[in-house]
Design a protein around this ligand. Structure first.
Ligand SMILES: [Mg+2]
Length: 177
């Protein structure tokens, strides 16, 4: 826990039901932008739909936590048939905490998945739950604020890499940070 992730992957699609079960992860709080889909996709790809269906079928509870509020996010949640916290104010935790309480989610088995330290990983620290860092799909479409945060993130990527490699939990081959 804390801002340093528990696991890191090149892509969200590398996460399997088997891995989640082995690690006692029964619920996932999923980021959309640059984690499940690039900013340029207005609807989830077939691969994303298949991935979500596979996890759902294996009994994993999934929900979306996005700071984004636009119609695109609602369309994603609808297509994937997932509950969604919009305008989640990550890294602040109260909107997600409220959802967790309302839905009786066990925080011991909850894991936050996302591509940014100062929203997703920090949210997991504030919730005191585990986290999985995903290498962002396409940073070229990020706005100036996110690009600025990417600069501040660099030491955290390096530190996480060092720390997770030792534990065999760093599954990012192509790191350009
Ligand atoms: Mg993101």
């Amino acid at each position: 826990m804390g801002i340093i992730p528990n696991y890191a992957y090149d892509s969200v699609f590398m996460i399997t039901p088997g891995f989640l079960k082995e690690n006692n992860i029964g619920a996932l709080a999923l980021d959309i932008d640059n984690t499940l889909s690039p900013y340029s996709d207005s609807v989830p790809s077939k691969e994303t739909v298949g991935f979500i269906q596979k996890l759902k079928a294996s009994g994993i509870y999934l929900f979306i936590v996005s700071n984004n509020k636009d119609a695109r996010i609602s369309a994603f949640a609808k297509t994937l048939d997932l509950p969604c916290i919009y305008g989640a104010k990550k890294p602040l935790s109260h909107p997600t905490e409220k959802f967790i309480l309302q839905n009786g989610i066990d925080k011991d088995t909850l894991c936050v998945i996302g591509d940014q330290f100062f929203t997703d990983m920090w949210l997991s620290a504030n919730l005191n739950v585990r986290s999985i860092l995903i290498s962002p799909i396409d940073t070229s479409q990020e706005n100036a604020f996110i690009r600025f945060k990417r600069i501040l993130e660099k030491p955290l990527w390096h530190f996480s890499r060092k720390s997770l490699i030792k534990k065999g939990r760093w599954n990012i081959a192509t790191v350009s940070r």
